[in-house]
Design a protein. Structure first.
Length: 202
């Protein structure tokens, strides 16, 4: 089961990389189209102004600006799509790394100050590099990462609260696509790879 899951994720990564390569080529075409549209608009508008009438110049200029704006808009939409696909690819690669315990490719957990007074955090490798916190931490926000660490290091676990969380996890487990899209949108809103510091929103 685990091997099939990893193979499926690897196939998704290959498809995403292939799609990103195709879109990158299209993006290059758009870049040239923007330059050519801009230069052609200047040349055409200048020619009309030199040989024609002023009112025709303004019409020509408006048409050229509209065409240039349309190309820029389409290019930006393409770049947003590429950014989302790049984040999606990163998410899949991190899932593969976690499944294989490939620590060097598992994203680093949010840096937390060491708590040397904690009775078991250091002994059980709950925080830091190659820790349980790093393995489980898929939080997009700083506060989410901190809350996960607090759950892992609580001194007095509450059984009823733990069971409540387990029930929620049980409901979310089969909703892989929903969870991935939620993470994708959050990371895209948080400027892709950065963690979202919710304190800045307060």
């Amino acid at each position: 089961m685990k091997t099939r899951r990893i193979n499926a994720l690897q196939r998704q990564v290959i498809r995403l990389e292939r799609r990103l390569q195709q879109l990158n080529q299209i993006s290059n075409y758009y870049s040239w189209a923007r330059v050519l549209t801009f230069l052609a608009g200047i040349a055409l508008s200048g020619g009309v102004l030199f040989f024609g009438k002023v009112w025709l110049f303004w019409i020509t200029l408006a048409i050229c600006l509209f065409l240039f704006g349309a190309v820029v808009h389409a290019h930006r939409r393409l770049e947003r799509t590429m950014a989302r696909l790049a984040i999606w690819r990163t998410l899949k690669l991190s899932q593969i790394a976690r499944a294989q315990l490939d620590w060097k490719n598992i994203p680093t957990a949010f840096a937390l100050p060491p708590d040397n007074a904690h009775p078991f955090a250091a002994d059980l490798d709950l925080a830091g590099d190659t820790s349980l916190h790093q393995l489980l931490d898929r939080a997009v926000s700083v506060a989410g990462s901190q809350r996960l660490y607090d759950w892992l290091t609580t001194h007095t676990p509450q059984l009823a609260l733990i069971r409540q969380r387990q029930e929620i996890i049980h409901e979310l487990t089969p909703l892989a696509l929903f969870r991935d899209k939620l993470t994708l949108n959050a990371r895209f809103s948080a400027h892709q790879a950065e963690r979202w510091d919710t304190q800045t929103l307060l």
